[in-house]
Design a protein around this ligand. Sequence first.
Ligand SMILES: Cc1cc2nc3c(=O)[nH]c(=O)nc-3n(C[C@H](O)[C@H](O)[C@H](O)COP(=O)(O)OP(=O)(O)OC[C@H]3O[C@@H](n4cnc5c(N)ncnc54)[C@H](O)[C@@H]3O)c2cc1C
Length: 292
Amino acid sequence: MQTAFFIKEAEESFAKLGVRISEPTLDFATANEWKAAVVKQMTSGVATLFKANGVEWVKGTGRFSGPNTIAVEGGEDVNFKQAVVATGSYPLRPPIDGLDSPRCVDSERLLAQTEVPRRLVVLGGGIIGCEFASIFRRFGSEVTIIEMLPTLIPQEDADAAKELAKQFQKRGIVLHLETSADRVEDTGSGLVVHHGGETTEADLMLVATGRGPTVENLGLEEIGVELDRREGIAADEHRPDLHRSGDRRRRADRGRGARAVRRRCRRRRLPLGRERARRDAERDRRLGQVDP
Ligand SMILES: Cc1cc2nc3c(=O)[nH]c(=O)nc-3n(C[C@H](O)[C@H](O)[C@H](O)COP(=O)(O)OP(=O)(O)OC[C@H]3O[C@@H](n4cnc5c(N)ncnc54)[C@H](O)[C@@H]3O)c2cc1C
């Protein structure tokens, strides 16, 4: 994202401010090295924080093996009084014929590419799909987004979605809305994506059709925790000593935001409009993360 942002600045702002440079070109290998260094710095920073704050880091895959025990693969059992389940999420794959091609990748594998694809199809116009569409367009890819709903980023408000679509079209990103991919054909040298009676050729497809909670193979059912493969876990009702966090919260809990805002306003006697303005500012900040 940062690399894409600096290319944008060089293309659109430098000359305006009197800075003359030749046209910016992308050195993808260097950008990847920089990204890897940032990740390393951040992860080692967390390890240092653990040490400084007396947090023990047990390395290994854990699984609940008893009401108050987690078995760690290749290590010793960990006993707990209270546990937080924060196992994150994984990319969902819709059942579309041909989507098992190695040229259909998730965001992690797209970031691991060593070359910028000349033609990129993005399946799913949500936050992650739009973020990568924006970045790879800036990197020079021809980008096509296929989204089954009538708007991009359907979880944001309609005005923001409309503005993003306008900016994307201005930048040459092709949008196919209210369409799904019916079939993907791997020709051996690329992909042919069939969608709503049309076809789009590509070198790579990003599958960004949502993420599901990582709740399987954790031994949760065995210890009586209610879970749902798509929705996550509802631990608190049954096990007050188990808490879920981050992407592991049930979707219904996350959707309680609007009601919570109204309650907070009533409690603090704040005008709802001011709280809405604060949320709008937060939304604009998040949109900035999707498309610099
Ligand atoms: C491409 C992409 C871009 C994003 N961009 C943004 C953004 O700009 N801003 C933002 O706020 N959010 C963003 N997000 C969302 C953000 O990454 C997640 O909301 C956040 O990482 C969730 O944190 P978490 O701790 O719940 O899960 P995670 O960060 O996924 O951490 C889960 C951890 O649990 C470990 N684990 C899983 N199972 C086990 C097990 N059995 N035993 C031991 N360990 C286990 C995993 O190895 C992992 O380290 C983005 C997500 C994606 C995929």
